[in-house]
Write a protein of this length. Structure first.
Length: 207
């Protein structure tokens, strides 16, 4: 189990990740050295990744930088060997302001979150799509979620198509929201990844 920091909303959280996942150091002063060390450790565990070591280091560094720039409070990732390279995935946690005007004491607080999430139907098999749902997470209560295959732009002019799941979890008694965002560029494996992302998000606990 990985424990996140105490948040300024007066709560903390924990998140369990599988043994083959690792926490990412997002701080600019230490993330480069940490990415190199994590890559060394992963290659030592999985020798077939040796030829991809520099690629893995860059992936880790880029993911950590993107998480920091986006204001993340926690980030973890995995890198697994596949036939034509590596399979990366990340889970990132953010602390966000709640919807304007939302009542932090309202029992059904996701009613203020769902309208901000927009579903999208694919026009053809090569198009992006997004689905939206309400759900309950054990120990956290009601949540709002969007998931699908989407185009994101981590760098200007460099879009990437990813399988992505974003789950918005209201924090009790304050108008703040935890966002658990999971993604991977391995869109051919999207359905399996969504099962993994759902299981990861389901381990979140508020403290």
């Amino acid at each position: 189990m990985s424990g996140g920091p105490a948040l300024d909303a007066g709560v903390g959280f924990s998140l369990r990740v599988p043994p083959n996942w690792f926490e990412l150091d997002v701080h600019p002063a230490t993330r480069d050295a940490s990415a190199r060390q994590t890559a060394r450790q992963r290659v030592a565990q999985v020798p077939e990744l040796q030829t991809r070591r520099s690629e893995i280091t860059k992936l880790l560094r880029d993911q950590a930088a993107a998480a920091w720039d986006a204001g993340a409070v926690y980030c973890a990732g995995m890198i697994e060997p596949v036939l034509d390279g590596v399979l990366p995935a990340t889970v990132t946690v953010f602390l966000l302001p709640g919807p304007l005007g939302a009542n932090s004491d309202e029992p059904d607080r996701i009613e203020a979150l769902l309208p901000a999430l927009t579903p999208k139907e694919a026009r053809d098999e090569n198009d992006t799509w997004t689905r939206v749902q309400a759900l309950t997470i054990e120990g956290c209560g009601q949540a709002a979620r969007s998931y699908g295959v989407e185009d994101v732009e981590p760098e200007p002019g460099k879009p990437i198509r990813v399988a992505q799941m974003q789950t918005f979890i209201p924090i009790p008694r304050v108008n703040r929201v935890l966002l658990v965002s999971c993604s991977s560029p391995a869109i051919a494996l999207a359905e399996g990844l969504f099962d993994l992302f759902d299981a990861l998000t389901g381990t979140l606990r508020l403290a």
